[in-house]
Design a protein around this ligand. Structure first.
Ligand code: ATP
Ligand code: MG
Length: 438
């Protein structure tokens, strides 16, 4: 099914650096092709994220040909080449050696374009683009699958997934993102070994999950992860209560047995706006977990500290904005001061959708937020520890207690001047002294 066909689409300006690298390699007597995801995206009329070059020039030769290079994946024959202020990944054609652990090839051998195509994961990711001849080189039937909108493993699916279990979740990512089906033989192979996803390094799974959940196609991905049987293997202890996704959605059903339901997640994911931080969909997946569980899961997934904290915070406060009018001003301002507050508002909007009074709730929340000028959210405290010290208050937990109480009243705008705050402090101190003196 070898296929070479003309590529007559104009390459975007972002491709210039990679094309220049390919040209230079060709002028030096080598074969050089754009490879992988960028070819797929260009043929689909999408904007590629990056442009990778594949060549028959060995890494030492690539390094010798360009002024600025970095040798990144020595064992995989990958060299970074700097061109027009961009770093382009130049990978020597290779054939992967045997895989022993479902993670990485034990060794690779430098090879030709055909073998380099055959070692790639899915047919749609296995095509090359010759920017000089303006031709697509397709050894794997990628074009036909692009037209049929199918994610199909290259070669025998079972074997290819057993080489690298990460491909199980990559299949879902591409199918969701592109709106493709997973080809039945490929799907069956995924389902048959879904549990091996748990053997993949957590960091690699987290990277895929982050790409999946931050993409607008996240709801479709959620359903595909389920269809593939991958959900229970995303992290140790992953699981959602089963319910029927096909019945009409009105309101997320309540969580059961300490686990949020599959459908509740599905509905909320479907309501998020296109662009959200990773922590928001993650908080939806973890909505019924305790802070300790989220911390454990976050560590297992190798989230950053910030991602873990934000996710925990979002889950803890997920319902706080449901009735914006009822929230004390101080409590609302404390929420507003948090880094993840923007995500919390998006979550509230998603929760409101589908509620009979959702529109009113949303309007009430937005109006209340509008009414609070940014400089009122986190004003400098009127009273500090120095004031307590000056009054001879002995050191101890009482400091935090008093300062918190006074700051809450300041945020509530009951205390608006330092004089008022000092008077309130005197009052509190007197009240504390009172019983002790009896
Ligand atoms: P994206 O646009 O998300 O970057 P991509 O197709 O470029 O998608 P990458 O993860 O950047 O995906 O990988 C680049 C290419 O390398 C893929 O298109 C595929 O040909 C190959 N590839 C990447 N990971 C694997 C893998 N685990 N197994 C086999 N081939 C892979
Ligand atoms: Mg890529």
């Amino acid at each position: 099914m070898d296929e070479v066909f003309p590529f007559d689409v104009r390459l975007p300006a972002e491709a210039d650096a990679a094309v220049a690298v390919a040209r230079a390699l060709v002028e030096a007597g080598h074969q050089a092709l754009l490879a992988g995801g960028c070819v797929r995206d260009l043929l689909l009329g999408l904007t590629p994220q990056d442009y990778d070059v594949a060549t028959d020039a060995p890494p030492e030769r690539v390094q010798a040909l360009f002024r600025a290079t970095r040798h990144v994946g020595a064992q995989f024959g990958v060299v970074l080449v700097k061109k027009r202020r961009r770093w382009i990944e130049v990978a020597t054609f290779r054939a992967d050696g045997p895989y022993l652990d479902g993670r990485r090839p034990v060794q690779i051998t430098l090879s030709d374009a055909r073998h380099d195509a055959l070692r790639r994961d899915f047919t749609i990711n296995g095509m090359f683009l010759d920017p000089v001849r303006r031709q697509v080189v397709d050894y794997v039937g990628g074009r036909a699958d692009l037209e049929a909108r199918l994610v199909r493993a290259i070669g025998e699916p079972a074997k290819r997934f057993d080489e690298d279990y990460l491909r199980l979740i990559r299949a879902v990512r591409f199918a969701a993102r592109l709106g493709f089906q997973i080809e039945p033989g490929t799907l069956a192979a995924i389902q048959a070994r879904a549990e091996t996803l748990a053997q993949v390094a957590a960091e690699r799974v987290r990277e895929e999950l982050e790409k999946i959940l931050t993409h607008p196609s996240r709801q479709r991905a959620w359903r595909l992860l389920d269809e593939c049987g991958l959900l229970p293997h995303l992290w140790p202890g992953a699981g959602w209560v089963r319910d029927d996704v096909s019945s009409p959605a009105v309101e997320p059903p309540a969580a059961e047995r300490g686990k949020v339901s599959f459908r509740a997640v599905d509905i909320l994911l479907g309501r998020l706006s296109a662009c959200v931080p990773f922590e928001l969909p993650l908080a939806i997946l973890l909505a019924s977990r305790t802070a300790q569980e989220i911390d454990r899961i976050g560590r297992a997934l190798t989230l950053s500290n910030e991602q873990r904290e934000n996710t925990t915070w979002l889950v803890a406060h997920q319902a706080d904005l449901d009735d914006a009018g009822a929230l004390p001003l101080s409590a609302l301002k404390r929420l507003m001061a948090h880094d993840a507050f923007g995500a919390l508002v998006m979550l509230a909007h998603a929760r409101f959708e589908g509620l009979p009074d959702g529109t009113a709730r949303r309007a009430a929340l937005d109006a209340r937020l509008q009414s609070i000028a940014p400089d009122r959210v986190q004003p400098p405290p009127l009273i500090t520890g120095d004031d307590l010290l000056a009054r001879g208050v002995p050191a101890g937990p009482v400091y935090k207690e008093l300062l918190d109480a006074l700051y809450t009243r300041q945020l509530d705008e009951e205390l608006v001047s330092r004089a008022e705050a000092l008077a309130a402090l005197e009052h509190l101190l007197a009240a504390r002294r009172g019983p002790e003196m009896e």
